[in-house]
Design a protein around this ligand. Structure first.
Ligand code: GAR
Length: 185
């Protein structure tokens, strides 16, 4: 059974979507810890309620990068899943888990990397956007793409309406990719 550590910063709806599929028995894997740089992240409550170790790490501390690496390593994960984790992972972290860190991004990469992918898409005026699951490398949302889903950008869309349309796809796409990873050798 594959072991997953999930890094989050907030709401945790992608984490929840993956957890639901594990609990239904559709993904043969285990989330062994959820780590957040935000003490108030709803994701931590979701983890605690599910009996999963929920850990806060203070990103303002100088030791945070070392602490994060050591803590994640102590869980011996097969994969590290970034699910709304709003920080760049340091190069030492990336090299400690080569091709083992996965992220979901709310735009069709390589378009609109970084923060507010949905807002960037709206401001640019594209007619199609979506979400991307990709491997994490040292760059900003530049790692190899695993899967994407597209959604239309509609007349009158706001950041909220577009984000909601993309999020619905994220909740399908991320668990599907995790299922695939769990089934790999
Ligand atoms: C999701 O839309 C995810 O794609 C995005 O943050 C949201 C987190 O929602 N991630 C990024 O923008 C990463 N740069 P969630 O906490 O409910 O899963």
């Amino acid at each position: 059974m594959k072991r997953f550590v999930v890094l989050v910063s907030g709401r945790g709806s992608n984490f929840k979507a993956i957890l639901d599929e594990i609990q239904k028995g559709n993904i043969q894997g285990e989330i062994v810890a959820v780590i957040s740089d935000n003490h108030h992240a709803k994701a931590l409550d979701i983890a605690r309620d599910a009996g999963i170790e929920a850990i806060f790490g203070n990103a303002k501390s100088e030791e945070y990068p070392q602490w994060l690496l050591g803590t994640v390593q102590s869980y011996e994960p097969d994969y590290v899943l970034l699910a709304g984790y709003m920080r760049i992972v340091p190069p030492e972290f990336v090299s400690a888990f080569p091709q083992r860190i996965i992220n979901i991004h709310p735009a069709l990469l390589p378009s609109f990397p970084g923060l507010h992918g949905q807002r960037q898409a709206l401001e640019y005026g594209v007619k199609i956007s979506g979400c991307t699951v990709h491997y994490v490398d040292e760059g900003m949302d530049t790692g190899k793409i695993i899967a994407q889903r597209a959604v239309p950008v509609l007349e009158g869309d706001t950041e909220e309406t577009l984000s909601a349309r993309i999020l619905k796809e994220e909740h399908q796409l991320y668990p599907a990719v995790v299922k695939m990873l769990a089934e790999q050798e």
